[in-house]
Ligand binder design. Structure first.
Ligand SMILES: *Cc1c(COP(=O)(O)O)cnc(C)c1O
Length: 355
């Protein structure tokens, strides 16, 4: 199962602690004010000043020539592979990648692309695994066109690719004529956790994007960055996919507000994730993966309660989270406090004790 929140139960208590995803964040009052004040224009023809300001800001942040605002991170991934590839081409990515399992097969459906799933611990493949998957050009095999990584690796546990490993993958890709794509849905979590600037993390990657609707707390949007030529081509796909907008500055204003006010605070989410993992690891019968950012994966292990039962029991106590790929994922974000984390640990302890 990919993502199975407990079934909606009208009799369940209201959700007080929402650890389901960092996509569950609600725009803050200050963000809504910034949205209300936004100067807007027709985005589709390049006339929305707030969207244009956001694109310049993201291009600079990621150290690229240009950027384009998209309605979602998924559209950033899809537009990017459609620009990089021709039908029949092969993309290499980790087997848990969002582009493989969570985008409705868009890359195959729209681009005629196949994705080779590379294995490796914690959502990451090694440069050696990547090297072994490369093959020479021949009439028999699909042209290998792009290698893609997720920074951070979502299903891998929010893990951070080391800069040196990223550099090795870029070098191998270059040497073999592949383009490089970084799915940076949570790139800023990685930069806050390591202190390495986003432009340095993304250096050498032909395309990279960030999501505003995850831990940054905006209601909508992602921005894809790359060379001017790449972004011009991505704009054409945005138009084809129906992603061109009108007065989108209302949303871009939320994203700019998030870049100003919600980046440094990602450190609080990481501290809360660490606190949660520490608390859970002290409960006998609970197995926890040590978090590197804001995602905590755990499972009851010999505690006499299944993951699904644990998720339902927590829901009955006003805590919302879900199973993901066989484990429970708890995600810390803007609307989760340290007090909520303490309460959450107490609930898990009681559920295990009662089992
Ligand atoms: C959420 C996510 C996406 C897709 O972003 P949306 O804005 O939800 O479309 C892509 N990749 C990763 C790793 C994600 O976590």
């Amino acid at each position: 199962m990919l993502y199975t929140p407990p079934p909606r139960d009208p009799k369940a208590p209201a959700v007080r602690i929402n650890l389901l995803s960092d996509t569950q964040t609600k725009p803050t009052a200050a963000m809504r004010e910034a949205m209300a004040r936004a100067e807007v224009g027709d985005e589709q023809v390049g006339d929305d000043p707030t969207v244009n300001a956001l694109c310049e800001r993201v291009a600079d942040l990621l150290g690229k020539e240009a950027a384009v605002f998209m309605p979602s991170g998924t559209m950033c991934n899809v537009a990017a592979t459609l620009v990089h590839c021709r039908p029949g081409d092969e993309i290499l990515a980790h087997e848990t990648a969002h582009i493989i399992a969570r985008e409705g097969g868009a890359h195959a459906a729209l681009g005629g692309l196949q994705i080779t799933a590379l294995s490796g611990a914690d959502g990451q493949f090694s440069p050696e695994t990547f090297r072994k998957a490369l093959h020479p050009r021949s009439r028999y095999q699909p042209p290998q066109t792009v290698v893609s990584v997720e920074q951070t690796a979502n299903i891998g546990g929010g893990t951070i690719w080391k800069k040196a490993v990223l550099d090795e993958i870029v070098a191998l890709a270059r040497a073999n004529g592949l383009a490089t794509h970084m799915d940076g849905a949570r790139l800023l979590n990685a930069t806050v956790a390591t202190g390495i600037a986003a432009r340095d993390m993304a250096a050498g990657w032909d395309s990279a994007w960030i999501d505003f609707s995850k831990g940054l707390g905006a209601p909508i949007g992602g921005a894809l960055a790359g060379s001017r030529e790449f972004i011009d081509a991505a704009w054409q796909w945005k138009q084809r996919l129906g992603g061109s907008m009108r007065q989108a500055g209302i949303c871009a204003a939320a994203c700019l507000h998030a870049l100003d006010h919600h980046v440094d605070r990602l450190a609080d989410d990481h501290a809360n994730a660490t606190k949660l993992a520490r608390g859970l690891s002290q409960i006998a019968g609970v197995e926890v993966q040590e978090p590197e950012t804001n995602l905590v994966f755990f499972k009851p292990d010999g505690a006499g309660v299944s993951g699904d039962r644990m998720v339902s029991a927590l829901r009955q106590r006003g805590v919302l989270l879900a199973m993901m790929d066989g484990r429970i994922r708890a995600c810390t974000h803007l609307d989760v406090t340290a007090a909520m984390i303490e309460e959450m640990v107490g609930h898990v302890r009681e559920i295990v004790r009662g089992a």
